[in-house]
Design a protein around this ligand. Structure first.
Ligand code: ADP
Ligand code: MG
Length: 255
């Protein structure tokens, strides 16, 4: 290890995404998030778990500027995201892959990826990033002229991730990337998530598939009823039988 690497290894990683006491909801009458705090450090993969309706998607959508913040703080690399328009988030370095409707089904894979770079004008770098995406997802290269709507669920998830990466985000949020996939494809998708981190991207993942998600994560948070209940290292959460029984249900042992 050289000197710079030694310093980097010893230093605590800087906060990437900070959420503090976040209260948010779709309508003024109902708070869905009722005081959530979480931290994702640069280079981490952090997973948010919790039963259906816990507020996982709402958390991601609120960070992405799609649900109004009632109170609390959201900051990316120390700068507040509260009040920022959703369409400005990409310019702030934040990309988000929704759980469904995350590709343009009538457009080809290639066109989907190009759209991911539509806010950029650095043509040479865009071309290099396209090549990099096809390297990361060789199957997408084979099928690049095919309409995204004709792909399997796993392949479509990869198009959605690749398209988000074409915006060159520093932080990527994925809403249930494994939803609807066979156990084998779940493994493939999460292995790709690890490779995405190697590109220097910090990741926040929301999942119901606790076991598969924690296996590739550094840390995890468990949400229930709009509040975080537990947070710990991913390995500790995986090994904690109470967590499995209380919050993760049968899914914990299903795959
Ligand atoms: N567009 C919406 N308008 C109003 N309420 C919503 C909307 N989307 C979700 N909710 C409500 O917010 C709560 C949390 O939902 P969600 O964040 O989707 O949970 P999760 O992703 O953990 O399953 C649920 O009670 C749900 O009914
Ligand atoms: Mg959800």
């Amino acid at each position: 290890m050289n000197a710079a690497a030694a310093v980097a290894a010893a230093a605590p990683l800087e906060p990437a995404l900070e959420v503090r006491e976040l209260v948010a909801g779709y309508t003024p009458e109902v708070d869905i998030l009722r005081g959530i705090s979480l931290l994702v450090r640069r280079g981490e993969i952090v997973t948010v778990l919790g039963p259906n309706g816990a507020g996982k998607s709402t958390l991601i959508k609120t960070v992405a500027g799609l649900v109004p913040v009632r109170s609390g703080a959201v900051a990316l690399f120390g700068k507040s995201l509260v009040g920022e328009a959703a369409h400005r988030m990409v310019a702030r370095g934040l990309a988000y892959v929704p759980q469904t409707h995350n590709v343009f089904p009538r457009l080809t894979i290639h066109e989907n990826l190009e759209l991911g770079a539509s806010a950029r004008d650095d043509r040479a770098a865009i071309a290099a990033d396209l090549a990099r995406m096809y390297e990361l997802f060789p199957r997408l290269h084979e099928r690049r002229r095919q309409a995204a709507g004709t792909l399997s669920g796993g392949e479509r998830q990869m198009v959605a991730v690749a398209r988000a990466l074409m915006a060159r985000p520093t932080m990527l949020m994925l809403d249930e990337p494994s939803a609807g996939l066979s156990p084998k494809l779940v493994g493939v998708v999460f292995a790709k998530v690890r490779e995405v981190r190697e590109l220097g991207v910090t990741l926040l993942i929301v999942e119901q598939n606790a076991k598969a998600a924690l296996a590739i994560s550094d840390r995890g948070y468990v949400l229930a009823q709009g509040r975080e209940q537990v947070s710990d290292d991913a390995a500790a959460l995986l090994a904690n039988p109470q967590i499995g029984a209380l919050y993760l249900g049968a899914r914990m042992h299903a795959s």
